[in-house]
Design a protein around this ligand. Sequence first.
Ligand SMILES: Nc1ncnc2c1ncn2[C@@H]1O[C@H](COP(=O)(O)OP(=O)(O)OP(=O)(O)O)[C@@H](O)[C@H]1O
Length: 256
Amino acid sequence: MSLLEVKNITIKFGGLTAVSDFSLSLKKGEIVGLIGPNGAGKTTAFNAITGIYKPASGSVSFNGTDITGLLPDKITKLGIARTFQNIRLFSNLSVLENVLVAHHLRLKSSFAAAMLRLPGYLRQENAMRKEALELLESVNLTRFINEKAGSLPYGQQRRLEIARALATHPQVLLLDEPAAGMNPRESHELMEFIGEIRDKFDLSIFMIEHHMQVVMGVCERILVLDHGVTIAEGNPAEIQGNQKVIEAYLGVEMDA
Ligand SMILES: Nc1ncnc2c1ncn2[C@@H]1O[C@H](COP(=O)(O)OP(=O)(O)OP(=O)(O)O)[C@@H](O)[C@H]1O
């Protein structure tokens, strides 16, 4: 059974149909890629899955439950986490604090209990700190925990953003262009990292990526959007040899 099932969603902005009749079936443990030229509708599809936009038609279900149109924080709590195209870290907070912020999403204490620092709240806070430290260790960021997030090398900032998403305990992780701006060494490390976290955290991953080496290297299946329409779906070899895909990318640098 698929974990995340997107059925025929269409998203419109006024007269523009940004995504038309988009479907996806993501199974447990799969890594699926979403590619397409600039403006094809990839981020819009992500935004509909994560509750930022409500589709004009179609549905999104997760673990068999209809989640279409739920608010983003509700969707995150159910188990779908994401990263963004532009890194969204609190650059003046430390690496550890950035992860703790995400953990606080799951704190059950009231505001009053937090203000009064009641024992129940302190217990939860200590447990979260321990968990955050373990998470940072498992993604190899321990040596940076006290550094300001904004001072990390670019590749490590991306890794931290992913760690922060993992702190919400997702079953599905959506990555929006994780290799953007990375140098060749960083993108190679990212490829290994994505496979590692899938195994370590028992994840299913759906990722948008322009960097073809990364997409072809880590994704088992790839969907291709062009002008909001899915023009192809297949394994990396099938996508690379697909005539419609080659035409959609004509004049576009595929190996960004
Ligand atoms: N909030 C919005 N309001 C109006 N139009 C939008 C909005 N968001 C996206 N669009 C339009 O929808 C289309 C799809 O945009 P989207 O950002 O989803 O493409 P993309 O495939 O993610 O592109 P890129 O690879 O450049 O990030 C584009 O024509 C874009 O201008």
